[in-house]
Design a protein around this ligand. Structure first.
Ligand SMILES: [Fe+2]
Ligand SMILES: [Fe+2]
Length: 323
C-alpha cells in the first residue's frame, strides 16, 4: 500500500485484534538486504552495541492504520465453484506479471543516502524522520494484510493467493527500504512490536477492495508526480529515496490493477446504488486523507525543501488522473 486511509473510521463496532499468523513470514531476499517479519524480531545480545534505537509510531489521526477483514467471506468470494465471474485467464496473466518481479534489483542503496541524511539538520531532519516512519508504517500495513490474504486463500484460489503473497513481497521490500532510510538517521521502526501492539481496524471485504484499490492508485500518482517534479528540478533532490519513485510506483500501479480485476469479479460491490454510494464515500475519504497527508507532510514540511507547491502538485495529480 502506498497511500494512507487513516481518516476512514471503523464502519461499526468491529475493531479486532490481530489474527494470529501461524507461519513466520520469510520474504524472498532482495537487494536492499531487508528482512521483514510479522513476528517480533529476536534481539541478539551480541548486537546490542550496534542496534539502532527502536521507535514506535506516534499515534495520530493521520497515522496509517493496520487492517483486518472477514477471511471466511473472502474465501467464499474467491471460490471459483461459487463465483463464476472470476476471470481465471486474467488472474493467471496478472500472476505472471507479479512473478516477473520487475523491481527485484531496484532497491539498492548507496552511500548517497547517509551523506544526504547527515546534511539534513534542524527541523527538516525531524520532518524527514516522520515522513520515513509514516511511509514505512503504511507500506508495512499492506504487507500484513496481503500476507494474511495469501495464506488464507491458498486452498480456495491458489492463483489469487499467490498474487497476494507476491504483493506482500513488494510491500515488505518498500517498508524495508524506508526502514533502512531511518537507519541513515540512526533510528529503526520496531515493526515486530507494531505488528503485535497496534490495533487492527476491521473492514468487510468490499470495503477492503474500495479502500486498497484507491490507496494503491493514489499512491502511484503521488509517487510519479513527485518523481517527475524532481526530475525536472534536480536541485531540490535533497534525499535520494525520491529517485527510486519511478519504478517503485509501478509496483503500486500493478497492485491497483489487481484490485481492479478483483472488483470486476464482484459486480455486486460495484453496480447497485448502495455500492455506488459506498464507492463515492471511499473515494472522498481516501482522497481527503491523502490530501491532508500531502498537505501536512509534504507541503507544509517536506515539500518546501523540494520546491513542489500545493498548486503544481495538485495540477500534476489532476493531469495524471485524467489521462
Ligand atoms: Fe508499496
Ligand atoms: Fe502497494
Amino acid at each position: 500500500m502506498a497511500a494512507e486511509m487513516a481518516l476512514i473510521k471503523p464502519i461499526s463496532k468491529f475493531n479486532r485484534t490481530l489474527p494470529k499468523f501461524r507461519n513466520p513470514i520469510t520474504p524472498k531476499p532482495c537487494y536492499s538486504y531487508v528482512k521483514m517479519s510479522s513476528s517480533a524480531p529476536t534481539t541478539s545480545p551480541k548486537k546490542k552495541s550496534t542496534a539502532k534505537p527502536k521507535k514506535a509510531i506516534k499515534e495520530t489521526l493521520l497515522a496509517p492504520r493496520f487492517y483486518t477483514t472477514d477471511f471466511d467471506e473472502m474465501e467464499t468470494l474467491f471460490n471459483t465453484e461459487i463465483n463464476k465471474n472470476l476471470n481465471e485467464a486474467e488472474f493467471e496473466a496478472l500472476l505472471q506479471e507479479f512473478k516477473t518481479d520487475y523491481n527485484q534489483t531496484h532497491f539498492v542503496r548507496n552511500k548517497e543516502f547517509k551523506e544526504a541524511a547527515d546534511k539534513l539538520q534542524g527541523p527538516l531532519r525531524q520532518i524527514f524522520v516522520e515522513f520515513l516512519e509514516r511511509s514505512c508504517t503504511a507500506e508495512f500495513s499492506g504487507f500484513l494484510l496481503y500476507k494474511e490474504l495469501g495464506r488464507r486463500l491458498k486452498k480456495t484460489n491458489p492463483v489469487v493467493a499467490e498474487i497476494f503473497s507476491l504483493m506482500s513481497r513488494d510491500e515488505a521490500r518498500h517498508a524495508g527500504f524506508l526502514n533502512k532510510g531511518l537507519s541513515d538517521f540512526n533510528l529503526a521502526l520496531d515493526l515486530g512490536f507494531l505488528t503485535k501492539a497496534r490495533k487492527y481496524t476491521f473492514f468487510k471485504p468490499k470495503f477492503i477492495f474500495y479502500a486498497t484499490y484507491l490507496s494503491e492508485k493514489i499512491g502511484y500518482w503521488r509517487y510519479i508526480t513527485i518523481y517527475r517534479h524532481l526530475k525536472t528540478n534536480p536541485e531540490y533532490q535533497c534525499y535520494p529515496i525520491f529517485k527510486y519513485f519511478e519504478n517503485w510506483c509501478q509496483d503500486e500501479n500493478r497492485h491497483g490493477d489487481f484490485f481492479s480485476a478483483l472488483m470486476k469479479a464482484q459486480p455486486q460491490f460495484l453496480n447497485d446504488w448502495k455500492a455506488k454510494l459506498w464507492s463515492r464515500f471511499f473515494c472522498l475519504s481516501v482522497n481527503s486523507t491523502s490530501c491532508l497527508y500531502v498537505k501536512n507532510y509534504y507541503f507544509h514540511r517536506t515539500i518546501p525543501k523540494l520546491s513542489l507547491t500545493v498548486k503544481n502538485y495538485m495540477a500534476g495529480l489532476r493531469d495524471n488522473v485524467s489521462q
